[in-house]
Design a protein around this ligand. Structure first.
Ligand SMILES: Nc1ncnc2c1ncn2[C@@H]1O[C@H](COP(=O)(O)OP(=O)(O)O)[C@@H](O)[C@H]1O
Ligand SMILES: [Mg+2]
Length: 281
């Protein structure tokens, strides 16, 4: 299979509001694909369409060779894992019992729960009622549930938005590990550092349109400034990445005058602003 997700000229209208305008992209098996955009840009709409929770208005969509519009069957759903803001948990049941229900539904052996609880840093809270958990802990339970059946594709809609940095980092590590073992990941975020750290390729979504799609590295090269800023006791100076610049920096170092050196390579956030004229928050 060339691509595991195929989207061509996808459009979604909610009554008069056009949420997605002719978007096209492909996700390859084994990729971590980032869908980046500010609030209201159409990220959740896209995830819901790809996971058969919402019908699109026009265009062509295939996920694992199936049309999600016609794929609300167990065969399709058992191959995908989904985390969205509406992935409801049973508030009155414990963490463990929420996961057990899902194991039964997908024929997953119960012992898998221990692995997932460990990865989500929830082992000590397994008997806590979900309704008593913080927002971040609930998010970890939902993510744990999304990966219980080791899906071929994992769809994550802002998976670390409610998490503190420690748990955010731990979950990113789990995602990388799952990806190494073959899971394709479709991730939406407005967190650029997260995207830089995790994604093989990213698409920038702005008002329902894709304004760029490439590897973070290629985007930085296309939109980047490769100059270097050096700091000495006299202040800051921009140095070009050429032989003259190299000689100048060497001289500063030789004289012990170089205090700091910084690349002026743009972040994905900077590039997003350059391309769309708006920030990501
Ligand atoms: N059920 C709905 N009815 C009407 N408009 C909606 C609905 N859901 C989303 N929208 C609108 O579609 C646009 C994209 O929303 P959404 O996909 O939730 O964006 P994001 O996830 O990037 O924040 C927004 O303008 C939002 O207000
Ligand atoms: Mg959203």
């Amino acid at each position: 299979m060339q691509s595991i997700i195929e989207v061509e000229h996808l459009e979604k209208r909610y009554n008069k509001k056009q949420a997605l305008k002719q978007i096209s992209f492909q996700v390859r098996p084994g990729e971590i694909f980032g869908f980046l955009g500010p609030s209201g840009s159409g990220k959740t709409t896209t995830v819901k369409i790809l996971t058969s929770q919402l019908r699109h208005s026009s265009g062509h969509v295939q996920v694992l060779g199936d049309d999600p519009n016609r794929s609300r069957h167990a065969g399709f759903l058992s191959k995908i894992g989904v985390l969205t803001d509406n992935s409801g948990l049973y508030e009155r049941l414990s963490v463990h019992d929420n996961l057990i229900l899902f194991c039964r539904l997908y024929g997953v052996p119960d012992r898998r729960i221990d692995e997932v609880l460990e990865a989500m840093n929830l082992s000590d809270d397994r008997h806590t009622q979900v309704g008593k958990l913080s927002k971040g802990m609930k998010q970890r339970v939902t993510l744990g549930r999304a990966i219980l059946h080791e899906p071929a594709i994992l769809f994550l809609d802002e998976p670390t938005s409610a998490l503190d940095p420690v748990n955010g980092g731990r979950i990113r590590e789990t995602l990388r590990e799952m990806n190494r073992r073959g899971t394709t990941i479709f991730l939406t975020t407005h967190n650029m550092e997260e995207a830089e750290e995790l994604c093989d390729r990213v698409a920038f979504l702005n008002h329902g349109e894709i304004s760029a799609l490439d590897t973070p590295q290629a985007l930085r090269l296309q939109h980047g400034d490769r100059s270097i800023t050096v700091t000495t006791a006299h202040g800051k100076q921009v140095v070009q990445p050429n032989a003259e610049g190299a000689e100048y920096i060497r001289e500063l170092m030789r004289r012990g005058e170089l205090l700091a050196i910084h690349s002026n390579e743009p972040t994905l956030g900077d590039i997003f602003v350059t391309l769309t004229g708006r920030g990501l928050q």
